[in-house]
Design a protein around this ligand. Structure first.
Ligand code: CUA
Length: 180
């Protein structure tokens, strides 16, 4: 950076050195390659889920989740009293995150797709689905929608992956994937 102003005020009219031009070209081409890689890796790498985000008030989101729970609860989980919900395939599924729980427990069918909605009632949490490599930030006032199709049966754990206070390490949830 120049400490004094340049002698020639029209510095941008001066010819560019060969080496500098070569580096500008390399940097520009590399930028294009990296831009293309983002798109390629989204499609081929299976790293980033396709998602949508909408504004929503926590109480509106909670009402939708409660409505789903009221309609599709099939049992309670052990003696925890947490409802296990089996929503119809293809439907909108709501998962609430709050201090310090994921609510309710979902039971989904293998090879069926769902629109999974995630939102927080208080502050930021992290949705980490174990043992898969899925990791999503969950914010209050945003409804994050993932279109997903579970492709294996079993019991999947949800771990909060964003530090959210003294109960952070106890913030565990569950998704069951079952055959039809
Ligand atoms: Cu919720 Cu950490």
């Amino acid at each position: 950076m120049a400490v004094q102003s340049p002698e020639n005020k029209l510095w941008w009219n001066e010819p560019i050195g060969r080496a500098e031009m070569a580096w500008i070209t390399i940097a520009f081409l590399w930028g294009l390659i990296m831009f293309g890689a983002m798109i390629y890796w989204h499609i081929e790498g299976e790293q980033n889920l396709s998602n949508e985000a909408y504004r929503i008030k926590p109480e509106v989101f909670a009402a939708k989740a409660e409505d789903m729970v009221a309609k599709y609860t099939v049992r309670d989980e052990g003696d925890t009293g947490i409802p296990v919900v089996h929503p119809p395939p293809g439907s909108d599924v709501y998962l609430i995150s709050r201090l310090w729980e994921w609510w309710p427990i979902l039971e989904l069918e293998k090879d069926q797709s769902y629109r999974l909605h995630l939102s927080s009632m208080d502050w930021q949490h992290g949705f980490s689905l174990q043992p898969t490599n899925i990791n999503i930030q969950v914010h209050p006032n945003y409804d994050l929608v993932l279109t997903m199709t579970p492709n294996e049966t079993g019991e999947f754990g949800i771990v909060c992956n964003e530090f959210c206070g003294v109960g952070h390490h106890t913030m565990l949830g569950k998704i069951y994937v079952v055959d039809k």
